[in-house]
Design a protein around this ligand. Structure first.
Ligand code: ADP
Ligand code: MG
Length: 162
């Protein structure tokens, strides 16, 4: 696991963009963290890094937003409102995972249907006393593939290490 710190929404987006350079088609990122922690903000930074030129909005109601204007297709999901796994299956995840990079807010809620190989990005608030715009961001490898790849990301995210 790598633990990082950001100081503003723009800083979180810059971190996400740095990570986006390492992504390839088929990659899955699970975004974890409370409401308002910065999951959507992080996803927007990923999109910016991939060269998505559309405005990225939260997929809370649409469930899936797909962007094809960047270096790789980006599928942005938010499964907070899904009631059960049956609804999850309607998302047709296998197809999404095949065509591009997929990022799922609240993805841990459906981890039983997700591939074991994924990167979890966990956003949280620092302890009391920290600035309002400070966030702690943990990168956690899921599966053997990401355990190896996380090492390659380390130099790109050095400026956010504490
Ligand atoms: P989530 O998708 O996790 O519910 P959002 O990304 O929609 O969260 O909202 C995060 C909110 O927190 C935004 O209003 C954003 O401006 C603010 N914010 C403040 N500091 C940060 C930071 N360091 N990283 C991300 N968001 C931050
Ligand atoms: Mg969100």
């Amino acid at each position: 696991m790598i633990t990082l710190a950001t100081s503003s929404p723009q800083d979180t987006q810059a971190l996400a963009a740095a990570i986006s350079d390492h992504l390839v088609v088929g990659d899955l990122l699970v975004l974890a963290g409370d409401l308002g922690a910065g999951k959507t903000c992080f996803a927007q930074g990923l999109g910016g890094g991939l060269g998505v030129d559309e405005r990225m909005t939260s997929p809370t109601f649409t469930l899936v937003n797909r962007y094809q204007s960047g270096r790789l297709e980006l599928n942005h999901l938010d499964v907070y409102r899904l009631d059960d796994t049956a609804e999850t299956l309607d998302l047709d995840l296998p197809e999404l995972l095949e065509v591009g990079v997929t990022v799922i807010e609240w993805g841990e809620e459906i981890d039983q249907v997700l591939p074991v190989d994924h990167l979890t990005v966990r956003l949280r608030y620092p302890d009391v006393g920290a600035a309002d715009d400070a966030r702690i961001i943990d990168l956690e490898a899921g599966g053997p593939e990401w355990t190896d790849r996380l090492g390659a990301i380390v130099p790109s995210v050095e400026r956010w290490t504490q």
